[in-house]
Design a protein around this ligand. Structure first.
Ligand code: HEM
Length: 396
């Protein structure tokens, strides 16, 4: 029985030769003690959930808070305290403050809006495929395809006018930490986007259009809150979807035998790709009171780090969970989390993936990686994988 797990860095590691392999240390821990005490890099003695049932129970349990200022982060080298959630970032709030934002936003993802967005994603995907085909090879799928599609969706949601979209896309791109980007560059882009969104909120108040931001201007949200929600949606919806689109492409290129199933049953296939590519790193919660989970006593004030990738591969829930099997029933995976903070944009993300992924393989049947797998620049940041580039090639 593991007494105290002292390798939180495993949550952020992957094997470059086999990027989708769960670090063996996490698989061992999951088998021995699926909710195990863990020493965090800042010395905090909290817990690590690697088992599916334990992770799901924590995420769905009312005893746990997600207030950032109460949480310890298992990131190597992280020793400071987290500041409270910035205005509009309701992921870092608990009920009732969280509920106020969640209700308002959930009501905006209507069936009609989803239908309109679906048509726009279809049209835009066709445009991006044509643009991709015209590029010299190897071409970077992230810059040419995987990032622009979710960026378009965010622009539509927020009602960013067509004339501003190229600027907006570049500013969003510049906000991502990657090789050659300095902290100053990121800050400059963040401030510019923040200012832009504030102006946009004012414009929507004066002259509403058909988008979520305009509709929210009639709610009781203040200008600061609306601007913050815009910034938060950008952070929550863009990079995540782009990464899953890129990782799913990589996973399929490494498992070409599964492509037929993607064509036959895209909805089921996408669910399995979400499970398998998961999100790396950790999702964290802090116990507000003493609470017993799976026979372990988590004390008030202790942080539980959840490894979604370990939970998503738990053999007790998903038999042979380390294998990609597009024919399996992968529903119930934790890639969109679970409970009150379960991803608000999950249906939208599924629409994007179901359209963009099969279309890519249909347009380029000979699609192939242009570099060896270990050269694909993949790293795990605070709470997810980050795929900086995905160099691909194909035959005419
Ligand atoms: C929350 C994953 C796409 C909006 C979350 C959470 C996860 C997640 C894991 C919960 C985090 C936690 O509990 O600590 C993903 C993945 C996506 C994706 C893997 C793409 C494949 C989107 C999109 C949008 C979106 C497209 C909207 C445009 C949100 C919001 C929350 C959230 C607003 C906060 C919900 C709340 O606190 O009530 N997402 N997401 N996400 N996501 Fe997503």
């Amino acid at each position: 029985m593991t007494d105290l797990f002292t390798e939180p860095e495993l949550l952020f590691q992957h094997n470059p030769e086999q990027p989708f392999q769960l670090p063996p240390g996490l698989a061992r821990l999951r088998a021995e003690r699926p909710l195990a005490p863990m020493r965090f890099p800042d010395g905090h003695e909290g817990w690590l959930a690697t088992g599916y049932d334990e992770a799901r129970t924590v995420l769905g349990h009312a005893a746990f808070s997600n207030r950032y200022e109460l949480i310890h982060i298992p990131l190597p080298g992280f020793s400071g305290e987290m500041p409270p959630a910035p205005t509009g970032d309701f992921l870092g709030l608990d009920a009732p403050e969280h509920t106020r934002f969640r209700r308002l936003l959930a009501g905006k993802f209507t069936v009609r809006r989803m239908r309109v967005l679906t048509e726009q994603v279809e049209r835009f995907t066709a445009d991006r495929l044509a643009a991709l085909a015209a590029l010299p090879r190897p071409a970077d799928l992230m810059a040419a395809y995987a990032q622009p599609i979710p960026a378009l969706v965010i622009c539509e949601l927020l009602g960013v006018p067509a004339t501003d979209r190229e600027w907006f896309r570049q500013a969003v791109n510049g906000m991502l930490a990657r090789e050659g980007t300095s902290a100053d560059d990121i800050m400059t882009n963040w401030t510019a986007l923040n200012d832009y969104l504030r102006d946009l909120v004012r414009a929507k108040r004066a002259e509403p259009t058909d988008d979520v931001l305009s509709e929210l201007t009639t709610s009781d949200l203040t200008e600061d809150e609306l601007t913050g929600v815009g910034v938060f949606l950008l952070g929550a919806g863009l990079h995540t979807t782009a990464t899953v689109l890129g990782l799913s492409t990589l996973a399929l290129l490494m498992n070409p035998g599964q492509l037929a199933t993607l064509r036959e049953n895209p909805a089921g296939a996408i669910e399995e790709l979400l499970r398998y590519t998961g999100i790396g790193g950790a999702t964290v919660r802090v116990a507000r009171t003493d609470v017993e989970i799976g026979g372990e006593l988590v004390k008030a004030g202790q942080t539980v780090a959840i490894s979604p990738i370990a939970a998503n591969r738990d053999p007790r829930r998903f038999g042979d969970g380390d294998a990609l099997d597009l024919g399996r029933d992968a529903s119930g995976h934790l890639s969109f989390a679970h409970g009150v903070h379960q991803c608000l944009g999950q249906h939208l993300a599924r629409v994007e993936l179901r359209i963009a992924l099969p279309a890519l393989f249909e347009r380029f049947p000979s699609l192939a990686l242009a570099v060896p797998v270990h050269e694909v620049p993949l790293r795990t940041t605070a709470n997810m994988y980050e795929l900086e580039r995905l160099p691909l090639t194909w035959q005419d």
